[in-house]
Design a protein around this ligand. Structure first.
Ligand code: IMP
Ligand code: MG
Length: 188
């Protein structure tokens, strides 16, 4: 069995997510009904908790896309797949992308460019739970960052390894048993 070493408890995550929500509420106070775009699958826990702490006079709109940059690897293939990329007309709106993690930066960069081209938004910002700078390929800095992590593989709270462990309420480092990472199936 693989071992998972907790790095952030459920309580620590929720406290940090509440702080991010408060900061976003402050920054977007004057902006009319921003569009929050969650990037599935990895962001589902983060987004669900975050939006409960975003308090704005004229509410928010929540949309989802499903992007995947990993075919069958623990390391990114660099090719972005978009199993679901079907947004309503959000031309000229203020957009906040909610991502699980920025690793190489390719996924977030792909979505930012797509949104700019399709919708000419009034603004695009990125909120990310984890920032992993070790493998950055695209120069990209998120506007809201939960935690910075080292070059380790994280599971739990929406993060998967081969589609497993997303349900864990904490964030943990995955220690594969005995063998090297088998480059097994892994997507957002
Ligand atoms: P990117 O390399 O910034 O495009 O990130 C690609 C995707 O890889 C992320 O959205 C995650 O779904 C996934 N990913 C990167 N690092 C990890 C990790 O440590 N655990 C789980 N998924 C990860
Ligand atoms: Mg993933």
């Amino acid at each position: 069995m693989n071992e998972i070493k907790e790095i952030y408890s459920a309580e620590q995550i929720l406290a940090r997510v509440a702080e991010l929500g408060a900061k976003i509420s402050l920054d977007y106070q004057e902006l009319d009904c921003p569009v929050i775009i969650g990037v599935l699958k990895g962001s589902f826990c983060f987004l669900a908790d975050l939006v409960q702490h975003i308090k704005l006079p004229n509410s928010i709109q929540i949309e989802f896309v499903h992007l995947s940059s990993y075919g069958n690897a623990i390391e990114s293939t660099g090719i972005i797949q978009a199993p679901y990329l079907n947004l309503p007309n959000i031309t000229n709106r203020h957009i906040l992308i909610v991502e699980d993690i920025i690793d190489s930066g390719r996924t977030a960069n792909f979505l930012i460019e797509y949104l700019q081209n399709q919708f000419k938004p009034a603004s695009v910002r990125v909120a990310v739970l984890l920032d992993k700078k070790a493998h950055r390929v695209v120069s990209l800095e998120a506007d809201y960052i939960g935690f910075s992590v080292d070059d380790t593989f994280i599971v739990g709270y929406g993060f998967d390894y081969a589609e497993k462990y997303r349900e864990l309420p904490y964030l943990g480092e995955l220690v594969l048993s005995g063998k090297k990472p088998d480059k097994a199936s892994h997507e957002k």
